[in-house]
Structure formats: C-alpha cells, structure tokens
Design a binder for this molecule. Structure first.
Ligand SMILES: C[S@@+](CC[C@H](N)C(=O)[O-])C[C@H]1O[C@@H](n2cnc3c(N)ncnc32)[C@H](O)[C@@H]1O
Length: 311
C-alpha cells in the first residue's frame, strides 16, 4: 500500500465517525506529496497514521488544524523521525476487558492470566474494573467500562484472578510519567473518556503492578507460562497484538500456545487470525473476533465498546 492509500484508508475506515480530527489529518496527509515523501523514507511499520499522530502529540505538536499540523511536522521532522523509528503503537486500552469478561467469567476459577503484547498490562485487571452492559452493571468504582452487548446474557460475576503476568517486546511502566504520557498521546484527540479510563486503570495497576517481562510472544511464552501458580486456570490472552507480528510468527505462536495447558483467549482482526465459519459482521465498521481455544465467539469493536455474540 502506498502512503496515500494507507492514510486514505485510515481516514475512511478507522476514523470516520470516531475521530473527526484524525479523519481530517489523515485525509490531508493522503493528499500531501511532501509529507508522503518523508514517510516513505521509513520502514512500512513506522509509516502508520496512529504512530505519526501519536508522536506529534507526544512532542507537543498541533493536530486539530491540518495546515498547522503540516507546517509543524515538516519543521520538526528531525525530532519526529527518531521517535517514529524508536516507538511503536502500544495503545493500551483497558476497555477491551469488557469484551474479554464474558469468556473469562465462564472459565473454572481462579484464573492465572498471562497476556502477550501486554504494553503496560492494563488488560490484566478484568476483576478490578466495573462494567456496564446496557442496564446491567457489575462492580463499583472507576473505571466503568461500557459495552453494548448483543446476543448474550452479561456475566453475573467478575473472575477471580490470582496471578497476572504480561509479556511484551517493550513493556511500559504505569508508574513512569513518560510512559503514561506516551499512552495518553496514543489516545485519539476527542476521546476524553478513554483518557479518564487510562488514568483510572493506571492507578489500579500502579497500586498492584503485574509481573511484566520483556520478551517475544513466541520465544518467551513457555518460560513465563511455567511460572503460573498450580491450582489456577492458566489463560493466555491477547488483544490487538498479532497485526504487529509477521505471519509465520503468528503461526508459531498459535502452535506454542495450543501446546500449553489452560486456555487461549484471542481478540484479533479476522484477517490477522482467520477463523472459519464466521457470520457476517453487524455492519461495515472494523471488528475484531473474540475466540476461545480457536472457537470464534463474538465480533468486538476495537476499544471494547460493543460486542455481538455469535448464536
Ligand atoms: C497495540 S498494543 C496492544 C496492547 C494491549 N494488548 C491492549 O489491547 O491494550 C500491541 C502490543 O504488542 C506488543 N508486541 C508486538 N509484537 C510483539 C511480540 N512479538 N512479542 C511480544 N509483544 C509484542 C507491542 O510492543 C505492543 O505493546
């Protein structure tokens, strides 16, 4: 895909109706030969709209006016380029726990959670967050994760988690203000509710930090899984991670995770982790597929804001 195609697709499919600011910016970049030429000097995984916009926000640049964004980005390219090369999109969205919860609550308790691609580990606290599925509430306090759930009876209880561990190529530390600032910069401009959710979830994680290990989800999974306590159900989970992993490594990961005792809970895009026999998605928005031990369970929206359970 060319830079122009990539940014035009991002505008049309990912941001439309979700972030007017990023829709305007990505459409502007799609039509800008000079910005495209700068981005073209980078490896493809460093050309992503989310990464560019996150880095510009992280460095204090303007994103609300495409002309101001363009001028600032071109003027500050010497500072932007090394950040693009050094960083990756590590959006850590605790809201995704709302779509994981029904599957986790139905497993034999207690649970030992091992998240691969955990970023700062904010999806390792499904037992600590509160939830609202329509008029059904679960738990108290903040954050409250709202999810429009179709086709399922929401769980009556939260899971019991006795061990939480994360594996990431670049683990982020919620007690480090610079890491939290990067997570904040990755949240889209209009999404104040997600910013508040990040702060509330980060406070929960900081009070009882998970075991976060720097490592690769294929090579280092068995050693970390071996540290899970006996007497708990091991669940290896991941959400919005495998799109960053080359296809042969996704296959190696699938082989490795299925060889472990316990369960495998995946929440990934259907083209990234193909599943057979999927019903048509509810509409033409982008959806992930939630699957347990390879069996597809539901279509889920990317920030956990909605799920449609399969019949
Ligand atoms: C988009 S973030 C998602 C974070 C979290 N799962 C969530 O849903 O909020 C993807 C994470 O996967 C990590 N990652 C990518 N490739 C990886 C690999 N081969 N092994 C371990 N972690 C990886 C990245 O560093 C990043 O933190």
């Amino acid at each position: 895909m060319t830079i122009t195609e990539r940014y035009a697709e991002f505008a049309a499919r990912e941001t439309r109706g979700v972030s007017p600011t990023y829709e305007r910016l990505s459409a502007a970049v799609a039509g800008d030969n000079e910005l495209a030429a700068r981005l073209d000097t980078l490896p493809p995984d460093k050309q992503q709209p989310n990464l560019l916009f996150g880095v510009v926000r992280f460095l204090g640049g303007p994103v609300h006016d495409p002309a101001a964004f363009r001028a600032w980005t071109l003027a500050h390219w010497p500072a932007i380029e090394p950040e693009l090369r050094a960083r990756a999109t590590q959006t850590n969205e605790p809201g995704r726990c709302a779509v994981l919860l029904p599957a986790l609550a139905a497993l034999p308790q207690p649970l030992a959670l091992l998240e691969v691609g955990a970023a700062a580990g904010l999806c390792l606290y499904p037992d600590r967050y509160a939830y609202r599925y329509g008029d059904h509430s679960l738990g108290t306090g903040a954050p409250v994760l709202e999810c429009a759930a179709t086709g399922l009876v929401p769980p009556a209880t939260r899971p019991e988690v006795v061990w939480r561990a994360g594996l990431d190529l670049n683990p982020l530390d919620v007690t480090d203000p610079a890491d939290v600032a990067w997570l904040d910069a990755l949240i889209w401009p209009e999404h104040q509710h997600r910013r508040a959710r990040l702060r509330a979830a980060a406070a929960i994680a900081a009070a009882d930090p998970p075991l976060l290990v720097r490592g690769d989800l294929v090579d280092d999974l068995p050693a970390l899984a071996a540290r899970a306590p006996a007497g708990a159900t091991l669940v290896v989970l991941h959400t919005s991670v495998l799109y960053q992993v080359p296809q042969p490594r996704r296959e190696a990961f699938a082989e490795r995770v299925t060889a472990l005792p316990g369960h495998w809970l995946a929440n990934e895009a259907p083209d990234v982790l193909p599943r057979r026999g999927l019903p048509a998605p509810p509409d033409d928005a982008l959806y992930n597929v939630l699957s347990l031990d390879g069996k597809p369970l539901a279509w889920t929206r990317s920030h956990g804001q909605a799920m449609t359970w399969f019949g």
